[in-house]
Design a protein around this ligand. Sequence first.
Ligand code: NAD
Ligand code: TYD
Length: 360
Amino acid sequence: MRTYLVTGGAGFIGSNYIHYMFEKYGDEIRIINVDALTYAGNPENLKDIEGRDNYTFIKADITDREAIEDIFDKNDIDRVVHFAAESHVDRSITDPEVFVKTNVLGTLVMLNAAKKAWENPDGSFKEGKKFLHVSTDEVYGSLSDPDDYFYETTPYDPHSPYSASKASSDFIVKAYMDTYRFPANITNCSNNYGPYQFPEKLIPLMINNALSGRDLPVYGDGKNVRDWLYVEDHAKGIDMVQEKGRLFETYNIGGHNEKQNIEIVNIIIETLLELLPADDPRRKNVGTHLIKYVTDRKGHDRRYAIAPDKIKSELGWEPETMFAQGIKKTIKWYLEHEEWMQNIVNGDYMNYYDKMYGDR
Ligand code: NAD
Ligand code: TYD
């Protein structure tokens, strides 16, 4: 039975990936989820999986070399899928240090532990072992030409402390591939949306605020563009790259689904009004009157857009969930999981919110 070590599996994309993998492979695989349970890690995301015999959760920090090496010593790991990271740009602007620690040093620790466990005495690597480093399109910087897209060959030009730390971690992975022929792949994906996303990110934040009648804080002129991908399509892409991708290659994953932020906010309002029953008390809160243009994010990248040509032509991957369908599914999920959101909002979240949005 193949054993996966997933890092950051209690976060947004990691938990969706674990759900996807168990749905696809059932009892054919074993997953060990290593997560430090930071503010972004939520065991509730995996509640329905906890009882499985072929699933193990280990609370550990990826920067803790001994703890990570111990996991490799005690388990014959075949695949690493490395999600664990500090992931929010706004937090990276106010507190960059933890981004460098987790994203750069943590990735190095993961690589070294895997290398130590997988390397043969002659410097080659055991058959079938693979490491997938999950990264972002933000490493490529901001597109100014409207006809331009991010390709795997686009030079790195990160601007935020978050994207700079992800770029650094990508380069460390590349260095291990080039220097040691370490068996890895890198995926650079565009913005994800879907269930279990922490409400510091645009889509769940706007859904939550609209339902509670709070302002919808749109940064700057609201015309920054992101390329949105339904999270399950990302999970599928990651699995396809690890199954069928050429080792040592980078694959961009994205959906040709560019939207301005203000369009997203308006779609969320319209969809909420469509889905909320007439007698639902939250309905009266929702409307465009909530939109509030606020001080822009520092160094705000204008446009991201992926050209997924390589993953499409080599592996046959394509986004399956069209945005109109995906956003409806996502909003329905948040409406049906009010308690999931309330548990977050009742924790430290409102302190974060007041600090981040209080002066805007
Ligand atoms: P997230 O913030 O929702 O989850 C991160 C997870 O990592 C959490 O469970 C957290 O507890 C864990 N973690 C953080 N620091 C850790 C540490 N030191 N040790 C162990 N675990 C730790 O993030 P996400 O949105 O699910 O993103 C996952 C990965 O995908 C990240 O590497 C991110 O850069 C990348 N990515 C995200 C997006 C997106 O739109 N969210 C797009 C492209 C790529
Ligand atoms: P976000 O979800 O933080 O993802 P990223 O910065 O990694 O792309 O933000 C998506 C876009 O939405 C980005 O252009 C910033 C903007 N945004 C707002 O306008 N208001 C908000 O409250 C947030 C969180 C984001």
